[in-house]
Design a binder for this molecule. Structure first.
Ligand code: NUP
Length: 211
């Protein structure tokens, strides 16, 4: 749905299950995010298939963190498969990020949602935000588990760069709080795909955040 701000993190292995969940939730989503579990379990073709079945944008959450050439080799195949966005780490440096951005729309990780992110990533978030401001990616990843960090990131980030926040639901973050803190999109995985009725769960979150 074009006006939705909900992204489904489809972290299941099986192709059939993935397609079922995607189809039953599609009307409440802005995009579907695939990560390594699904790509390992179902192959890269799952991206093409998801796009065909749902008509939604697909985000490939590979968190690329390699030298420019390897990032380029991976990203070119993933964009070729139909991914609309790729998530890349910023901490490896601007050359590695640029290699992805030259091939397609990119989302840069500037902070993560788990407790361990405070160890090494949070101390360099300011510099990662500067990097994003310099390169102008589609968006950045900030933690819904720490709404104050979402607010901080939004305040330092150039307008126009989207703030995308995972950590809603099982990791403890609230969709409303993340959006109130300035997030443009929220990412929800287990709270939807582990639910008995993923369609209903997605609808509930969609309605909670006001469509
Ligand atoms: O900081 C991050 N936290 C995070 O959870 C960056 C991410 N990309 N993710 C991803 O979002 C994570 O890998 C998973 O695919 C999804 C969150 O899933 P869940 O905790 O809602 O099940």
């Amino acid at each position: 749905m074009g006006n939705s701000r909900l992204i489904l993190a489809l972290d299941v292995y099986e192709l059939k299950k993935a397609l079922e969940i995607a189809e039953s939730t599609a009307e409440y989503l802005w995009a579907v995010k695939v990560n390594w579990p699904l790509i390992i379990g179902s192959g890269l073709e799952i991206i093409t298939e998801l796009k065909e079945r749902t008509g939604l944008p697909v985000i490939a959450d590979l968190k690329l963190a390699d030298i420019p050439n390897t990032n380029r080799l991976i990203a070119s195949k993933v964009f070729e498969a139909g991914a609309d966005y790729i998530i890349a780490h910023g901490f490896v440096g601007r050359d590695s990020v640029k290699a992805v951005m030259e091939l397609g729309k990119t989302i840069i990780v500037v902070e993560m949602s788990h407790p361990g992110a405070e160890e090494f990533i949070q101390p360099v978030t300011d510099r990662l935000i500067e990097l994003a401001n310099e390169l102008g990616p589609f968006g950045v990843i900030a933690p819904a588990t720490r709404p104050e960090r979402v607010r901080y990131t939004r305040s330092k980030l150039m307008p126009g760069i989207k703030v995308i926040t995972p950590g809603v639901g099982v990791q403890g973050g609230s969709a409303r709080e993340a959006l109130n803190a300035g997030a443009d999109y929220i990412i929800v995985g287990r709270a939807i795909y582990e639910s008995e009725n993923p369609g209903k769960a997605a609808k509930r979150i969609y309605e909670e955040i006001g469509g």
